[in-house]
Design a protein around this ligand. Structure first.
Ligand code: PMP
Length: 407
């Protein structure tokens, strides 16, 4: 049977084969992977979670082993309101402003379903988190990439783009501006306070919604936490996406969308069609965990682990790449990624074959660029490999770069 003939437009436009192909590289025995943004399992509070899991299954089985409301566990919502107050300094949130999702990825998918269609325009940073990009693309909107700088997106370019859209009568087609302001995936950079404020002014001027995706903000190794766009805007005009994946465990698959009641209700309706509800068990485990432990102080251990790994990777890059001309990277102040850019002429997708030979893996920049053209950049995640493997992996990477050579 020719199954391809059965595909919907959505099915036809799903093309993640390159990602699957790349993941095979990472699974080669002995390979050192700087690929996925996969947390170090040693950061998971497994004893605490195991204890709570046993308790809530035995004592609250009428809830934890049952269906749940689409909006999610109200006990978790109570805890999250307290948590958001601590993390983002917002104190006017109600249950109606919160929807729990199966990780932030589902939140991104719900935003795509509810807000985007063929005539829509959405604005993203370039480079962009590629699974969000892939989700937006399924609705076939026009996607405009704004260059990302060391302190966040280039707002002069953004203003120009918006001005042109306004003059062309298309500004109302812009559904949102998507940004990862803290420790960007893949670029590792953080948006400055000045740019946060200016971005909000621009959004207000053109009456635009901002989609703020913040999985990494709490993983700050040094420097001061910057206020979120969501809190700076006074909980208006910004949809905030948050997740437990990098700060507790991705195994629970709990993400949160926070925003205006009207939008949250729509996202909940969309979620009902997608999966009825998120797992009751996982949400109650998270709720009891937050009730019993202070997640922020519990995170200290994970922050130390990642900070050390970041230091090791950045030092190894300085040691290995100082004699390769025009190579640059930004030392991230937190999060899980370093974005390494080689001189023009390198194609890091093509170079992956050399890296494979050497037994090291990274994610080629092409996956994250809005025009999907060859890129001389790559994303290196330092979160998963053990410390000594990071040094060895960077050595192998250097060998691959030297063998591939500049074209
Ligand atoms: N947004 C960004 C920027 C991410 O890096 C990730 C995970 N890599 C996600 C969303 C999705 O996270 P999850 O679904 O695990 O919450």
């Amino acid at each position: 049977m020719n199954y391809k003939e059965l595909y919907s437009d959505f099915g036809k436009n799903l093309n993640l084969s390159i990602v699957k192909e790349l993941l095979k590289f990472a699974a080669i025995p002995g390979a050192i992977s700087f690929g996925g943004g996969v947390p170090d399992p040693e950061t998971f509070p497994r004893k605490e979670l195991a204890e709570i899991a046993k308790e809530v299954i035995e004592n609250e089985y009428y809830y934890t082993l049952q269906y749940n409301s689409t909006e999610g566990d109200s006990l978790l919502a109570d805890q999250m309101i307290k948590f958001f107050k601590k993390v983002y300094g917002v104190d006017n949130l109600k249950h109606e402003n919160i929807l729990f999702t199966n990780g932030s990825q589902q939140a991104i998918d719900l935003v795509t379903r509810v807000l985007l269609d063929k005539e829509s325009i959405c604005i993203v940073e370039n480079p962009v988190y590629f699974v969000a990009f892939a989700s937006f693309k399924t609705a076939l909107p026009t996607i405009i990439g704004i260059p990302l700088e060391d302190d966040g997106m280039n707002l002069d370019v953004l203003e120009n783009v918006l001005q042109n859209l306004d003059m062309g009568g298309k500004i109302k087609k812009v559904k949102f501006i998507y940004t990862v302001p803290n420790f960007h995936n893949p670029a590792g950079v953080t948006m400055s306070l000045e740019k946060r404020k200016r971005l909000l002014e621009i959004a207000a001027k053109y009456d635009l919604l901002i989609l703020e995706d913040d999985p990494y903000g709490l993983l700050r190794f040094e420097g001061k936490h910057l206020p979120s766009l969501f809190s700076l805007a006074g909980c208006e005009r910004v949809l905030l996406l948050n997740t437990f994946s990098k700060v507790l465990t991705p195994g629970l698959r709990i993400g949160t969308i926070v925003g205006p009641k009207e939008l949250i209700e729509k996202f909940a309706d969309a979620k009902q069609i997608v999966d009825l509800c998120s797992p009751s068990l996982n949400q109650r485990i998270a709720a009891r965990y937050l009730q019993r432990y202070d997640l922020i102080s519990q995170l200290e251990n994970a922050i130390q682990i990642y900070k050390r790994k970041r230091d090791i990777m950045v030092e190894a890059l300085a040691n290995e790449f100082s004699d390769i001309p025009n190579t640059r990277w930004v030392k991230p102040e937190g999060g899980l990624f370093v974005w390494l850019t080689l001189s023009e002429g390198f194609d890091t997708l093509e170079m992956l074959h050399f890296a494979k030979e050497k037994g090291v893996f990274y994610v080629p920049g092409q996956l994250f660029t809005v025009d999907e053209k060859p890129s001389s950049s790559m994303r290196l995640s330092y979160c998963l490999p053990p410390e000594e493997k990071i040094i060895e992996g960077v050595k192998r990477l250097k060998q691959a770069v030297v063998e591939y050579g500049v074209k």
